[in-house]
Design a protein around this ligand. Structure first.
Ligand code: GTQ
Length: 347
């Protein structure tokens, strides 16, 4: 590429005179607009659950889920201050609901995923069907479906929220609507959707009506069992250990149109080969301890910690114990736009 053109008095004068006409010269900004490779402001960051949890519980004392609508502490990337983003395209937060509380029904254009961190007997209801949540479960709230959350158990219930808020913001396509009552009426029994769509069968004449998986709960027991069974073949991928992608059973595509979701097993002592991809990725550890090295940064993680790896940042994972990581990114979007790239080279 040519060098950055100099700013001369003649040029500066021209820029000043054209500005009121809403014009600005490309050659002043081209090199920052179109970079030779991703130059992300996102910083590799880790949130230790031990550090976050006391703040969450304190939030539980100062505001109810109902008043907050959603009592969530946003995991804000320090490279994107004030933007409520964990990556350029994705939002993440930790949501708390306490026994007896409700987070009132609403629906929005943004898709949400929940990954359960702590607690049991809490539920989320999607379009009239309750799903009870347990640690490690991956739950989907598709775009524009009514959803409310409640808690019939004891102790705090906490989950990781992942939403495509910044993506929808970039497209100026945001809508939200309140239902007007705390809970949407229950119209289907617990377990109905998983029976219909989650048993490797589909209702015979059923056709998908939206781009999101018809299954909205992927229980941890099932995901974990799959990983445990597969480890017997010991076909470890050098970059990923054993990594699975949550799928829409109707299409084989990602479970959600805007967010790819993954679960991987790294056996004790495994050190992955260097890997980078264009999808900045949010991880949370379900089991095990280890660390992720990104350049000279080392993120030491254990169960319930959340960390984020920026786009195109080469990293390796090291597992000190058998480790299970859940992760999500905007990969489905990048794949559909022909933008996704990965680099499995070590250097
Ligand atoms: O649970 O519906 O973290 O609407 C942010 C916005 C959660 C939710 C968030 C939301 C929700």
């Amino acid at each position: 590429m040519e060098a950055q053109p100099a700013r001369t008095p003649e040029r500066e004068d021209l820029y000043r005179r054209m500005a009121p006409a809403n014009l600005t010269p490309l050659w002043e900004v081209l090199r920052s607009l179109i970079t030779p490779e991703p130059k992300s402001p996102v910083q590799a960051t880790l949130w230790r659950y031990d550090e976050v949890r006391p703040f969450l519980l304190e939030a539980g004392k100062v505001i109810t889920a109902k008043e907050a609508e959603r009592r969530v502490l946003i995991l804000e990337n320090p490279g994107l201050p004030g933007q409520s983003r964990i990556t350029t395209s994705l939002y993440a937060g930790l949501q708390l609901i306490l026994p007896g509380e409700v987070a009132p029904a609403h629906r929005h254009a943004q898709s949400a995923l929940r990954f359960i961190i702590e607690g049991s007997k809490g539920y989320t209801a999607v379009d009239g069907e309750r799903v009870y949540m347990s640690p490690g479960d991956f739950i989907i709230t598709p775009s524009w479906t009514w959803h409310d959350h409640g808690h019939e158990g004891e102790g705090p219930m906490v989950w990781l929220d992942g939403l495509d808020i910044p993506l929808v913001q970039a497209l100026d396509a945001s809508f939200i609507e309140g239902y007007g009552h705390d809970a949407h009426p229950v119209t289907r029994p617990v377990g109905d959707t998983l029976a219909r769509y989650g048993a490797n069968m589909l209702p015979v004449d059923w056709k998908p009506s939206r781009p999101t998986s018809p299954i909205f709960s992927y229980p941890y027991a099932r995901s974990r069992e799959a990983l445990e069974q597969m480890r017997k073949t010991a076909e470890w991928d050098p970059c990923h250990g054993l990594k699975m992608r949550f799928a829409n059973p109707a299409t084989g595509d990602h479970a959600m149109p805007t967010m790819g979701t993954f679960m991987q097993l790294l056996p004790k002592g495994f050190v992955t080969a260097g890997y980078r991809s264009t999808d900045a990725t949010v991880f949370t550890a379900v089991e095990g301890r280890g660390r992720t090295r990104i350049g000279d940064r080392v993120l030491e993680w254990g169960p319930r910690d959340v960390f984020v790896i920026p786009s195109w940042a080469r990293h390796i994972h090291e597992a000190d114990e058998d480790a299970v990581l859940f992760s999500f990114s905007d990969r489905p979007v990048q794949e559909k736009l022909g933008l996704f790239r990965e680099d499995r080279g070590n250097r």
